[in-house]
Design a protein around this ligand. Structure first.
Ligand code: ADP
Ligand code: MG
Length: 686
C-alpha cells in the first residue's frame, strides 16, 4: 500500500491510468524435469551455486538453479554484473530457450525475475504480462494485482469521449476497451491497437486545444492593423547598421503581412544562435511605434534584457523613439510605470518583470518574447493580455484587443515537428548566419589531452582573448565519485594553482545570487575577467565578442542542443574562435555520436535533425523545453503519422465546431479543458 502511495496510485482512476511500460510474453512455468529442449521454457527455483568465468573472449556468469525435480544450468554471457543480484539462495524465475550442451541442458541469457517471498505467484498458463513501472519496494507484479483488483469495477466508469462514428472511421477501440487491452491483453495485436488509441487521444486532445485557441484568437480577438509603406520601411531599415540578409528579409515580409492585418499575429521566429533574430523583431516593434502603438520585448534574464536594451538604444540613437528597461533590478520603477500607461514610452524591454500586474501599457501593439523555450505557454498568454492595461479593456478601448505576439527561439525544432506541434503558431525560419562570421574550429579530445588544452587556453588569454570553461556540476560531491565529473569549484582552484596561474578567473553558476552573476558577466564583458568557469547558466544568448574560446569539460554529459548553445557563445567577434570538447573517461556510443556531430557541423538545424534521428525529440531539442505538456503514451519519434492525422482532424473539427459545444462533444470538451485548459489558457474559450 505504501508503495502504491509513493507511486501516487492513490485512487482507482490513477491506478487504471498507470499504464504498463511494456508487455512481455510469459510462458507457463514447468518443473525443471519437465522442460522441453529447443523450446522457450520457463521455470523457477533456488540458486545453489554461482561463478564468474573470466575466460576470454566472453566473460560469463553461471548459476545453478534447483527445484524439487532437478537442476538447471544457466549462463549469462558478459553477465558478470549480475553477481551482486544473483547469489546462492536467491529465488529466480527464468525464461529463455533451453539448449542441449553435451549431455546437459543449458539456458543461455534468459530473462529473469528475482522472486521476493511469495509476491510472485506461479504463472500456470502462458500469457502476455504487462510490466509496470514499479519501485519503492513494490514489484511490477504487485501493481498488476492492484490494477486487476479494481479493473472490473473501473472500466464501466470510463466515459468514451469520441463520437461513435468518428471512432469507428478511425478504427479506434472504445476507451474502456483500450484500457482493458493494456492491462489484460489477449494478444499483442490488442496491445498495439490500444496503444494507438491512447497515443492518438493524447495527440488529438492537444491539437484540438491548440486549434481551438487559435480559432478563438482569430475570430474574437483583434489586434491593431499596423501601417506599412515603402517610406516607413526605409526609415526603419536606415536604423540598422547592416543590410538584412535575404533570409531575414523573408521573415520581415512574413511579419509585415501578419502585422498589417487586424487579426492577432502569433508567429514563431526560429533561427540559429547568432542568426540575427533581434533586428527582425525590432523591425516589428518599430512598425508598431510608427503606427502610434507601443512595443515590448521580454527576455529570460536580466543580462539579456540589458543587452537588448543597449543595442536597441544605440540603433535608435537620435530618433524620437523612447526606449526603457524594466527588470527586477530597475530603480525608478514608480516613475516609469505611469509614463508607460500614458503612452510616453514607445519600447519597453525587460524580463518577467513585464508580467507583473501593475505594468500597464497605453496601447501595446507588438509583444516580442525572446528565447521562448525559457518561458511557459502561460507567460505568452499573460503578455497577450496586456494590450490595454491588463485583463479587459483600458479606458475607451474595446476589451477584445490583444497585441501581435512574436516569439523567438534558437532552440531549433525539426521543421516537420514544429509545424505539427505548434499548431497555434505560424513559423518563420532565419536560415544561416549573417555574412562575415568568423569560423569556429571544433575539436573533440580525450581527458589525457587536458594539459595541452589548458596550455592553449593560457596562450590565447595571454594574447588578450577570453574563455568560457563549462563543467557539469558546481561543487565537489554534486555527483557520485565514480562518475568523475568536473565541478566549478575544484576546477577554478586547480586552474588558478597551475595552468592558468596569474589569470583572472571567476566562477559562475546557479548557486550564486542573480545580482552576483550579473556583476560577473558584466566584468567579463568589460574584459576585467579572463575566463569564467561556469555551469550551463551561460547557455542563453549572452554576447561577449571578445570571448573566443569555449572549453567544455565532460562534454559527453551534455546534450546536443546544450553543446550547440554553448558553442554559440563564441564566434561573435572578429577573431577566430575555437570550441574544445573534452570527453570524459568512459563515453557511450550515443555520446560519441553527439560529439562527432558537433565537430562535423555548426548548423543548429542539421544538428537538430540529427538528434531527432538519433533519439527522437525527447529531451533536447525537445517538446518539454517548449512548454508543451509531455505525453504518457505518444512518442513523437514513432507516432509522427498519428500526429499528422490528429492535426488534420483537429483542424477540420474546430472549423466545424469551434467551441466543441455540440452535445456529443460534451465529454470531449470536459476532458480537453481538464488536460490543457490551464496550460493553453483556454479558460475563456470553453
Ligand atoms: P540571435 O538570433 O542569436 O538572437 P542576434 O540577433 O543577437 O542573434 O544577432 C547576432 C549578431 O549578428 C548581432 O551582433 C547582430 O548585430 C548581427 N547581425 C544581425 N543581422 C545581421 C546582418 N544582416 N548582417 C550583419 N550582422 C548582423
Ligand atoms: Mg538572441
Amino acid at each position: 500500500m505504501e508503495g502504491l502511495i509513493a507511486l501516487e496510485l492513490t485512487n482507482v482512476g490513477r491506478l487504471v491510468a498507470h499504464l504498463p511500460s511494456r508487455h512481455e510474453q510469459l510462458e507457463a512455468e514447468a518443473s525443471i524435469d519437465n522442460l522441453v529442449p529447443d523450446t522457450i521454457v520457463s521455470a523457477r527455483g533456488t540458486v545453489t551455486a554461482t561463478r564468474v568465468v573470466m575466460r576470454r573472449p566472453r566473460l560469463r556468469f553461471e548459476a545453478v538453479l534447483m527445484d524439487a525435480t532437478g537442476r538447471l544450468d544457466v549462463v549469462w554471457f558478459n553477465g558478470t554484473y549480475l553477481r551482486e543480484q544473483v547469489q546462492p539462495g536467491t529465488r529466480l524465475r527464468v525464461q529463455g530457450k533451453l539448449r542441449r550442451v553435451g549431455h546437459k541442458f543449458q539456458l543461455a541469457n534468459p530473462s529473469f525475475t528475482i522472486l521476493r517471498e511469495d509476491r510472485e505467484p506461479e504463472e500456470a498458463a502462458a500469457r502476455i504480462r504487462p510490466v509496470y513501472r514499479a519501485g519503492e519496494g513494490l514489484t511490477s507484479r504487485q501493481v498488476e494485482r492492484a490494477v486487476l483488483a479494481v479493473l472490473g469495477r473501473a472500466l464501466p466508469l470510463i466515459e468514451e469521449h469520441l463520437p461513435e462514428r468518428y471512432r469507428k472511421d478511425r478504427e479506434l477501440p472504445l476507451l474502456p476497451e483500450a484500457y482493458r487491452m493494456q492491462h489484460m491483453p489477449r494478444s499483442f495485436d490488442e496491445v498495439g491497437a490500444s496503444r494507438r488509441r491512447l497515443a492518438f487521444d493524447e495527440l488529438l486532445l492537444l491539437q484540438l486545444g491548440v486549434h481551438m485557441k487559435r480559432a478563438h484568437l482569430r475570430q474574437s480577438l483583434r489586434s491593431p492593423a499596423l501601417r506599412w509603406s515603402a517610406e516607413i520601411d526605409a526609415r526603419v531599415r536606415e536604423r540598422f547598421p547592416f543590410t538584412l540578409t535575404p533570409s531575414q528579409d523573408a521573415v520581415v515580409a512574413d511579419l509585415v503581412k501578419d502585422l498589417t492585418a487586424g487579426t492577432p499575429t502569433n508567429r514563431l521566429i526560429q533561427g540559429d544562435v547568432g542568426s540575427g533574430k533581434t533586428v527582425v523583431a525590432l523591425y516589428a516593434m518599430l512598425l508598431a511605434v510608427a503606427s502610434g502603438h507601443q512595443a515590448a520585448l521580454m527576455a529570460p534574464t536580466e543580462i539579456l534584457a540589458e543587452q537588448h536594451e543597449a543595442s536597441i538604444r544605440s540603433m535608435l540613437a537620435g530618433s524620437r523613439v523612447r526606449v526603457e528597461l524594466l527588470t527586477g533590478a530597475t530603480e525608478g520603477r514608480e516613475g516609469l510605470l505611469p509614463r508607460l500607461a500614458a503612452g510616453d514610452v514607445d519600447i519597453l524591454v525587460g524580463t518577467h518583470a513585464l508580467l507583473t500586474e501593475d505594468v500597464r501599457f497605453a496601447s501595446l501593439g507588438v509583444a516580442v518574447i525572446d528565447e521562448q523555450h525559457r518561458f511557459g505557454v502561460h507567460q505568452r498568454a499573460t503578455l497577450r493580455q496586456k494590450a490595454t492595461g491588463g485583463v479587459g479593456g483600458g479606458p475607451g478601448l474595446p476589451d477584445n484587443r490583444t497585441p501581435h505576439v512574436v516569439v523567438m527561439t534558437a532552440t531549433p525544432i525539426p521543421r516537420t515537428l514544429a509545424i505539427t506541434l505548434f499548431g497555434d503558431l505560424d513559423i518563420s525560419t532565419i536560415a544561416g548566419l549573417p555574412p562575415g562570421r568568423m569560423p569556429i574550429t571544433t575539436r573533440v579530445v580525450g581527458p589525457e589531452q587536458r594539459d595541452g588544452v589548458y596550455a592553449f587556453v593560457r596562450a590565447r588569454l595571454e594574447a588578450g582573448e577570453q574563455a568560457f570553461i563549462v563543467v557539469p556540476t558546481i561543487d565537489p560531491g554534486d555527483a557520485a565519485p565514480e562518475e568523475r565529473l568536473e565541478d566549478v569549484r575544484s576546477l577554478v582552484r586547480r586552474l588558478e594553482g597551475g595552468p592558468l596561474k596569474g589569470r583572472r578567473i571567476a566562477a559562475l553558476h546557479g548557486r550564486l545570487k542573480r545580482g552576483t552573476r550579473d556583476t560577473i558577466m558584466e566584468r567579463f564583458r568589460a574584459g576585467r575577467i579572463d575566463a569564467v568557469v561556469a555551469t550551463t547558466v551561460i547557455e542563453v544568448g549572452v554576447d561577449v565578442p571578445n570571448a573566443t574560446l569555449m572549453v567544455v569539460e565532460n562534454a559527453d554529459r551534455f546534450g546536443l542542443a546544450q553543446l550547440h548553445q554553448l558553442r554559440g557563445r563564441v564566434g561573435r567577434g572578429s577573431r577566430k574562435s575555437a570550441c574544445v570538447l573534452i570527453a570524459g573517461e568512459r563515453v557511450t556510443d550515443d555520446a560519441r555520436a553527439r560529439l562527432e556531430a558537433m565537430a562535423s557541423t555548426r548548423d543548429g538545424f542539421v544538428l537538430a535533425e540529427r538528434d531527432f534521428a538519433l533519439r527522437g525529440p525527447g529531451e533536447l531539442f525537445g517538446t518539454r523545453q517548449s512548454g508543451l505538456p509531455p505525453f504518457q503514451v505518444a512518442d513523437l519519434g514513432r507516432d509522427l503519422d498519428l500526429l499528422k492525422l490528429a492535426r488534420r482532424d483537429a483542424a477540420e473539427w474546430i472549423a466545424a465546431s469551434p467551441r466543441l459545444a455540440r452535445p456529443e462533444e460534451a465529454v470531449l470538451l470536459r476532458r480537453l479543458l481538464k488536460v490543457h485548459g490551464a496550460s493553453l489558457g483556454l479558460g475563456d474559450v470553453g
